[in-house]
Design a binder for this molecule. Structure first.
Ligand code: GLU
Length: 331
């Protein structure tokens, strides 16, 4: 479905854009058979492996959706971009960057090998679990609900409603996540955490269990595309410097050990989550060519069938195709 009026600076009209997107979703949906739905958090195994949906929301108001577009799913690791933004807004960039670095690890999201080998004074980046738990520990507030209140308020401002916490998903991860508890104890031993480990883990499991849609992800991506300003109200929601750093983190670390390939072959900041979400940011481009969304857009993708790196296998292929067809790449 295409919404919103748009003075497309291209000959291609909205009907053609929708037909393109529909055909591309139909084509890449077939690739879902090559992946697997996550099941290490038991409740995630309920997802439909063949599901694939996309929402693209432009600064010019044009919205294109296709495939599974209404599904609510948990944000999972995409929340790490948002807690990093909130921590920077609450504590200041210098405080956060003094406690978590901005370097990719090239390893799985829940690995601590890089920490054990390099013994750095701070976790490598805020988008792997070691860095994300460190960031969750520094959010203001004593309880997990207090720590996440600013995140909920930020989300409400961007997506227009207060999202729900999926309690079943929270409990499913809380009751099974040995790996994150091990990472948490390693961080505690290294003096990285600013809060009680139990509260930090509770905060992290809750932030990952916030329910969103692909439209919500596209709206967040659009604000980041617009350097932290809401293009419809022109209100600065995220300070520009923080928005830019968040995009840099997404570009270099957002797709885990596939981040290098994604930056090279897709070329836009993106963050994935194991429930199959991808949030992508397409900044304004200076090309004069006839492409849609030249002044930027946000993209939300849902495709729970994952590849070995824990990214949506069909979602990545769909994004790569669209980025190449519509010249989204930064480079
Ligand atoms: N809650 C998940 C975990 O920590 C998030 C992983 C992801 O989405 O990449 O394992």
């Amino acid at each position: 479905m295409v919404q919103g009026s748009a003075n497309l600076n291209t000959e291609v009209n909205e009907k053609w854009l929708q037909e393109y997107i529909d055909s591309w979703v139909d084509f890449f949906k077939k690739q879902t058979v090559d992946g697997e739905v996550a099941d290490y958090i038991p409740i995630l195994a309920r997802a439909d492996q063949e599901a694939l949906g996309i929402s693209i929301i432009g600064k010019n108001g044009l919205t294109i959706r296709s495939g599974i577009t209404e599904e609510k799913f948990t944000i999972q690791s995409i929340s790490k971009v948002l807690t990093f933004i909130v921590a920077c807004m609450e504590r200041g960039l210098a405080y956060v960057l003094n406690r978590v670095d901005v370097e990719p690890t090239g390893e799985a999201f829940n690995s601590i090998m890089h920490l054990q080998i390099s013994q750095p004074k701070k976790p490598f980046n805020p988008l792997v679990n070691s860095g994300a738990l460190t960031v969750s520990s520094m959010l203001e507030g004593k309880t997990s609900d207090q720590k996440l209140e600013t995140l909920f308020l930020l989300l409400e401002k961007i997506i227009g409603y207060r999202p729900e916490l999926n309690i079943e998903t929270y409990e499913s991860e809380r009751d099974t996540s040995m790996r994150n508890r091990a990472i948490g104890y390693y961080l505690l031993e290294g003096g990285y955490l600013e809060s009680d480990l139990g509260i930090t883990l509770e905060t992290y499991f809750k932030q990952c269990s916030i329910e969103i849609t692909i439209d919500d992800l596209a709206r967040i991506g659009l604000v980041l595309s617009n350097d932290g300003f809401d293009p419809y109200t022109n209100e600065e929601i995220i300070p520009r410097a923080i928005s830019r750093l968040a995009k840099a983190m997404m570009l270099t670390c957002g797709m885990y050990d596939a981040s290098g390939k994604f930056a090279a072959y897709v070329g836009i900041p993106a963050k994935s989550g194991v429930s199959g979400g991808i949030m992508a940011v397409v900044p304004p481009r200076v090309r004069e060519d006839d492409f849609p969304f030249l002044d930027g857009c946000g993209i939300g993708v849902y495709g729970p069938s994952l590849d070995k790196q824990g990214n949506s296998i069909a979602g990545i292929k769909l994004l790569k195709h669209i980025a190449n067809q519509w010249d989204f790449s930064l480079f």
